[in-house]
Design a protein around this ligand. Structure first.
Ligand SMILES: N=C(N)NCCC[C@H](NC(=O)CCC(=O)O)C(=O)O
Length: 444
């Protein structure tokens, strides 16, 4: 049977904006209050996704969430008509209004952790939506994320959907951004790498001093249990707390894996050598550990350019390509490194650059925008086919964006009641295009 790794990219929502909501994410803080362009953001994302589909990759799209989130605003005591709720919140608690308007579900690397059927005891593909408890604006995503995932991977014979983990700091979970998988072939059992920022229940364990460690070991271990993984197929690695304090808020800002390649910065992990040895012991295949030294790329350059927030994909030819943001071309040290990488004897043979600046300005690179789902051909056939990107869906979604999205949005605009109407009209139409059913609170 054939097997593939599909990418499911998040469609950027109509309220994409820069509110500076993510302490510890330097791009989000540095670009706070910039005026955004939701239309351009959505189109940049679609272009990247379509380019991968055109390369022969299986590419899906995940629907965005309903924002402004009026349910949450009502839950915290704002009342009256929608207009009154927005006006009261804007006047008395603008930070809470901003949190309820973020389009952050676009970064689907944080939607869930996914374990392919080759790794799990029941032979099903497992999904656990991330609870994202570290950030208020993200903690309101998991329920709808679960509904969107269930509507996308909608055959219970193949797909096993779990609830998100308990909403407590001990179980801080950021999904696939802190998880990667190494394997020989996508359809063979692999080793799942769970990279955590701290041990919540061990006060003596190392942890960052300045910025939050969003993912806990406790959460990673809970996911491994839920997904029915064997101990021999898991490696738990601690992220280096010093790099979290330099702005590496997720592991996918400092490391990325694909098949038998692990591409990571010298300073990414704690106990690196022991962990690499454990991977070698648990995965009996030729492995390429590509370590980027600080002398070639400083942490600061890695964070600014998102060198490691690239996608490494295996093309139908069997060669690997790196999907990088154009910011990597603009950074001399990183660009020189990527050119050198192509001359090293690794499976990576080309680099393709994409402009995803609207997302980058909020700290989301190409890899943040996608959720990887390794599947065999039967599982691909069991996916909701209206979510898979082809020429027709691409044209339809572009027209949908043109019709509904603004090309300018400031944080002041978030209180505009018209934005609620525009966003709901757009999402209602989208659920019909992608045949998702009633996934949004306003539809239920
Ligand atoms: N690395 C991965 N996988 N994802 C990137 C997520 C970026 C997101 N930014 C934001 O949520 C900023 C929103 C704002 O400031 O308006 C975050 O920090 O959670």
């Amino acid at each position: 049977m054939k097997h593939f790794e599909a990418n499911f990219d998040g469609l950027v929502g109509p309220t994409h904006n820069y509110a500076g909501l993510s302490f510890g994410n330097v791009a989000s803080l540095n670009n706070a209050a910039l005026v955004s362009n939701p239309k351009a953001a959505a189109k940049q994302g679609l272009q990247k996704a379509k380019a991968l589909a055109d390369l022969g990759m299986i590419q899906g799209m995940l629907a965005p969430q309903e924002r402004p989130d009026l349910n949450t605003l009502r839950r915290i005591g704002f009342s009256g008509s929608n207009t009154q709720v927005l006006q009261q919140a804007a006047k008395t608690a603008p930070a809470l209004l901003n949190a309820c308007c973020s389009a952050s579900s676009m970064w689907t690397a944080n939607a869930a952790t996914v374990s392919p059927s080759a790794d799990t005891r029941d032979g099903k593909l497992h999904f656990t939506p991330a609870n994202l408890v570290d950030k208020l604006h993200r903690s309101i995503e998991p329920v709808t994320t679960g509904r969107i995932l269930t509507a996308t991977f909608n055959d219970p014979h193949y797909f096993h959907h779990h609830n998100h983990l308990p909403e407590h700091n001990s179980f801080g979970d950021e999904g696939a951004a802190n998880h990667t998988r190494l394997c020989q072939e996508y359809g063979h059992a692999g080793v799942e790498l769970f990279v955590y920022g701290q041990e919540a229940t061990n006060p003596n364990a190392p942890r960052p001093q300045k910025y939050p460690a969003r993912q806990t070991l406790e959460a990673s271990m809970a996911i491994a249990r839920l997904h029915q993984l064997e101990e021999d197929n898991c490696v738990f690695i601690q992220q280096n707390p010093d790099v979290i304090d330099q702005g590496v808020f997720h592991n996918d800002v400092i490391a990325v894996g694909n098949q038998n390649v692990l591409f990571y910065h010298e300073q990414a992990f704690l106990n690196t050598q022991a962990k690499l040895d454990e991977i070698r012991r648990k995965l009996d295949t030729e492995l390429f550990f590509i370590e980027v030294p600080t002398a070639k790329v400083a942490i600061n350059d890695a964070v600014k350019s998102y060198l490691f927030n690239t996608q490494i994909i295996t093309l139908p030819s069997g060669e690997m390509a790196i999907i990088a943001p154009t910011d990597c071309q603009e950074n001399p040290a990183v660009y020189a490194y990527l050119n050198e990488l192509l001359t090293l004897n690794t499976p990576i043979k080309q680099v393709l650059y994409f402009d995803v600046k609207q997302s980058m300005q909020n700290g989301g690179g190409p890899a943040c925008l996608r959720l990887r789902v390794a599947m065999n051909e039967r599982e691909v056939a069991a996916v909701n086919q209206h979510t898979l990107l082809n020429d027709a869906l691409f044209a339809r979604l572009n027209a949908w964006v043109d019709k509904h999205y603004r090309d300018r949005l400031s944080t002041q605009d978030l209180a505009d009641p018209q934005l609620v109407i525009e966003s709901r009209t757009a999402l209602d139409e989208l659920t019909q295009i992608m045949k998702l059913g009633s996934v949004y609170p306003f539809q239920r």
